[in-house]
Design a protein around this ligand. Structure first.
Ligand code: NCD
Length: 310
């Protein structure tokens, strides 16, 4: 019998949910995708639920995507950006969040630069917590929308070859993707310069390849990540120009592999670095489908967690 409830009341990371949870989220997201493609895009499912979007790091698409998801479910929404708040006056994370909750907020969607910030909060507060990115650790809704978009494009992930290309070391998208894709039965490879691949990554059951052409020949799907310069305290690569020469994906490289692989990117794209524009905008790219699916996936997560208040 298929599951009707999530096994957890928070979404802290893909590591902490089951394959059945992921399947339930996908099943629910298919229904919500239907809703957001109707002329009337709103359902009353979260009427009387208040959600706070608490962002301690910059974000465009993730924040907007969550807010749209919440509004389409008819939730009441409050937005909090750390830069314009009392955090700059020295308030602790727990005090900040407890003050928001005192105003009767039921769910907290949070992005925070410290890995584990969400775990800490989940031990101290009652509201449902959704991780919208914790430093270099996890970004679970991105991984869910990525896997959902792959499944929509090429069917079941079982036995499919997916390569994640780029700055694996600093990417929360990479780690959440690895957990999610492996749980769904895909074969996962990471590809990038040796300095941007974590030393013990093979212990997560992934393959490592440093040659982009070989990686593309192997895969059905390439999920291409941004070089996260803002997280690099030392120089991991000589220059972006050299990175683009050795690891950037361009039309010529894609045509040389003789098969039609799917190209993905979580955004924001550095055009001309990890992808050239003719690849990012080609028929092989599902980058805008990922953005569309992001809203449906986040609606599904919010809806299912709201049903798990305790
Ligand atoms: C990612 C993030 O913030 O972790 N982007 C996103 O959520 N859309 C990836 C990135 O910043 O490169």
């Amino acid at each position: 019998m298929s599951q009707s409830q999530l096994s957890t009341k928070h979404l802290l990371g893909i590591k902490y949910i089951t394959k059945e949870d992921i399947e339930l989220i996908f099943k629910t997201a298919i229904e919500f995708k239907d809703v957001i493609n109707r002329p009337i895009k709103k359902v009353p499912s979260l009427r009387d639920v208040t959600v706070a979007n608490v962002f301690f790091e910059n974000s465009t698409r993730t924040r907007i995507s969550f807010e749209l998801a919440e509004r389409r479910l008819s939730a009441d929404v409050v937005n909090f950006a750390a830069s314009s708040s009392s955090v700059s006056k020295g308030e602790t994370l727990l005090d900040t969040v407890n003050n928001i909750l005192a105003m009767k907020v039921d769910m907290v969607v949070m992005r925070h630069p410290a890995p584990g910030a969400h775990h800490f909060l989940s031990k101290h507060i009652d509201a449902n917590i959704i991780n919208a990115g914790d430093g270099t650790h996890e970004h679970p809704t991105q991984a869910l929308l990525d896997a959902f978009s792959i499944q929509e494009k090429i069917g079941s992930l079982v036995g499919k070859n997916i390569v994640i290309v780029g700055d694996i070391l600093h990417s929360r998208v990479a780690l959440s993707n690895i957990f999610c894709l492996k749980k769904l039965g895909a074969n996962v490879m990471v590809c990038g310069p040796a300095t941007l691949i974590p030393k013990h990554i093979k212990s997560l059951g992934v393959e490592v390849e440093h040659n982009i052409k070989k990686a593309l020949e192997w895969c059905d799907v390439a999920n291409v990540l941004r070089i996260q310069l803002e997280r690099q305290d030392i120089k991991y690569i000589p220059s972006l120009r050299e990175y683009a020469i050795y690891f950037g994906i361009n039309k010529q490289l894609l045509e040389s592999i003789n098969k039609d692989i799917v190209i993905m990117h979580p955004g924001p794209i550095n055009r001309g670095v990890e992808l050239t524009s003719d690849v990012a905008d080609s028929h092989q790219s599902i980058i805008l489908d990922q953005v569309e699916n992001g809203v449906a996936i986040r609606m599904a997560v919010l809806y299912l967690l709201a049903g798990r208040r305790n």
